[in-house]
Design a protein around this ligand. Structure first.
Ligand code: RP5
Length: 163
């Protein structure tokens, strides 16, 4: 389940949804603020658990407490995506997300779109531990990545713009 602190976060979090789709993993997304709608956020976590959600992906900016609050409410893995928009281009959200006290982890990825995409890949890696099909799709994606870098190198050198 993808949770985000504000609808303004969807521009970045849709990268998570797109990557989950590429990897053949079902998803569902909600706006659920830790600060503005705490009770609803806790209800969504409970409903998600009952509905079989395996991993919670939480994106938030500024005083980004969403992932921490969700981690406090479930024993399932929580991945935090810090978002830019506040102080220091997301450094505020990065520290809010990553600096959890011992015993309540949030697996924190990079700020912004790279982190949003990696949240999906990390989710797939968790699911792949018990799902060979997801594992196969992940390995295919890794191969495609290697090929894409090789193709980019060829294209760059053909264009005569050597680094
Ligand atoms: C956070 O505050 C949200 O996750 C969002 O990134 C940021 C700003 O929210 P809005 O004022 O755009 O709703 O809680």
């Amino acid at each position: 389940m993808i949770l985000m602190g504000s609808k303004s976060d969807w521009e970045v979090l849709q990268e998570t949804a797109a990557e989950l789709e590429r990897l053949g993993i079902g998803w569902d997304a909600h706006v659920a603020s830790a600060h503005r709608s705490l009770a609803r956020t806790l209800d969504l976590v409970r409903e998600g658990e009952v509905g079989g959600v395996r991993v919670f992906i939480c994106g938030a900016g500024m005083a980004a407490h969403l992932a921490g609050v969700v981690a406090a409410s479930t024993a399932r893995p929580v991945i935090g995506v810090p978002l830019a928009g506040g102080v220091g281009d997301g450094l505020d959200a990065l520290l809010s997300t990553v600096q959890m006290p011992g015993g309540v982890p949030v697996a924190t990825v990079a700020v912004g779109k790279a982190g949003a995409r990696n949240a999906a890949v990390l989710t797939a890696e968790i699911l792949a531990l018990s799902d060979r099909q997801v594992e196969a799709r992940l390995l295919q994606a890794r191969v495609a990545q290697v090929e894409a870098v090789a193709e980019a190198d060829v294209a760059l050198r053909k264009g005569g713009k050597r680094p």
